[in-house]
Ligand binder design. Structure first.
Ligand code: PLP
Length: 375
């Protein structure tokens, strides 16, 4: 058996090659590399897909978070609440603007924001909350939105891992990840569920004036050429990326279903192994399985990884160190023990290979190897 990687971009490309090559060739023929027509077309299609009134594409998921915070005026003296158990970009965007990242812990079962800690974290300086829809499943948005509304603060969704996830509100209303808060941010990093062939990202909002402002911020703060209303960014989605993403968006539902099938396969087989904890499905959100992350005994995790790697099965740890214990964020004066659930998860989690091209043979081999694992 060939090594089993966390993602297999090559096989997916080969499957879509004729469509993607043609889309790339059209961009080459047009030479409209910046803001060519595929950019607008992709934004419109993504807006239809997600149900977000506006989609503004940009250079990356990190830029989307940064632009979102800039558009609502976050700066020095402001506090923004998020979780320490996330990819660092969520926290970085807050810190880059001179605002203070304030953390609340996550739930041990869903890996998402512990909404019960929000009230205690809110101060008169709190301007926004950034819930992260980790691994492809939405945080408890209904409660987060209620609390935010009560305190008149914005909600910026980090939907970089959860594009296409559907949240159901208690009244039955369904909304997609990234379309519930003030602004939603997503990423088209190649390994994401909708991945380009380079960096890319997008912002979603239902607010007319914010959409216009976000569009300007991502283009040097300019609405009219060489007139600059805001201090902005140079953050645009390349035409080539838009053309590739436009092709792949047509397959996104199928990609998500393929991931869900892999997850079901793992769940059925691994439910026989009680010592390993499977990811939960929350009652309010579908799971797009950007990652299939299990929890194992912290004491054996590294040995389990090594055992799997010896059998050529790659795994990953998202994330080994929580944001509040990262060197760069020492200035916030958090210490070990502040967010015990996040800290413990960092020691226990193990993400298994999951992507759109996994074969039954690969899955059977992984399951058999896991079943035989002595740890
Ligand atoms: C990938 C990711 C980002 C950043 O996206 P980039 O496109 O890589 O800049 C931010 N937050 C989360 C949770 C992510 O997974």
């Amino acid at each position: 058996m060939a090594p089993i990687q966390m993602v297999d971009l090559k096989q997916q490309y080969l499957r879509l090659k004729s469509e993607i090559d043609a889309a790339i060739q059209r961009v080459l023929d047009s030479t409209a590399f910046i803001q060519g027509s595929p950019v607008r077309e992709f934004e419109e299609n993504l807006s239809q897909y997600t149900g977000s009134k506006y989609v503004v594409s940009c250079g990356s998921g990190t830029d989307a978070l940064l632009a979102a915070l800039m558009s609502i005026g976050i700066g020095a003296g402001d506090e923004v609440i998020t979780v320490p158990y996330t990819f660092i970009a969520t926290v970085e965007a807050i810190a880059l603007l001179g605002a203070k990242p304030v953390f609340v812990d996550v739930y041990a079962d869903s890996f998402n924001m512990n909404v019960h800690q929000l009230d205690a974290a809110i101060t008169p300086k709190t301007k926004a909350i950034i819930p992260v829809h980790l691994y492809g499943q939405c945080a408890d948005m209904e409660l987060i939105l209620d609390i935010a509304k009560k305190h008149n603060i914005s909600v910026i969704e980090d939907a970089c891992q959860a594009l296409g996830a559907v949240y159901t509100f208690s009244d039955g209303t369904k909304k997609q990840a990234g379309t519930m808060g003030t602004i939603g941010c997503t990423s088209f990093f190649p390994s994401k569920n909708l991945g380009g062939y380079g960096d890319g990202g997008a912002l979603m909002t239902g607010d007319d004036s914010l959409a216009e402002k976000l569009h300007a911020i991502c283009r040097h703060g300019s609405k009219e050429r060489y007139l600059h209303q805001y201090i902005g960014l140079n953050s645009r989605l390349d035409t080539l990326q838009a053309a590739i993403l436009q092709v792949k968006l047509q397959h996104l539902d199928e990609f998500i279903e393929a991931r869900q099938t892999v997850a079901r396969y793992y769940e059925e087989a691994l439910s026989q192994i009680p010592k390993w904890t499977l990811p939960i499905h929350s009652e309010y959100s579908t799971h797009t399985f950007h990652q299939f992350t299990i929890k194992v005994n912290a004491q054996y995790r590294d040995d389990i990884r090594k055992y799997l790697l010896d059998k050529q099965i790659h795994t990953a740890i998202y994330y080994p160190v929580p944001a509040h214990l990262q060197l760069a964020y020492q200035y916030l004066n958090y210490c070990e023990g502040n967010f015990p659930v996040s800290e413990q998860l960092c020691k226990e989690v193990l993400s298994l290979p999951i992507h759109t091209e996994m074969t039954t043979e690969q899955l059977q081999f992984i399951i058999q190897t896991i079943v035989n694992c002595p740890l």
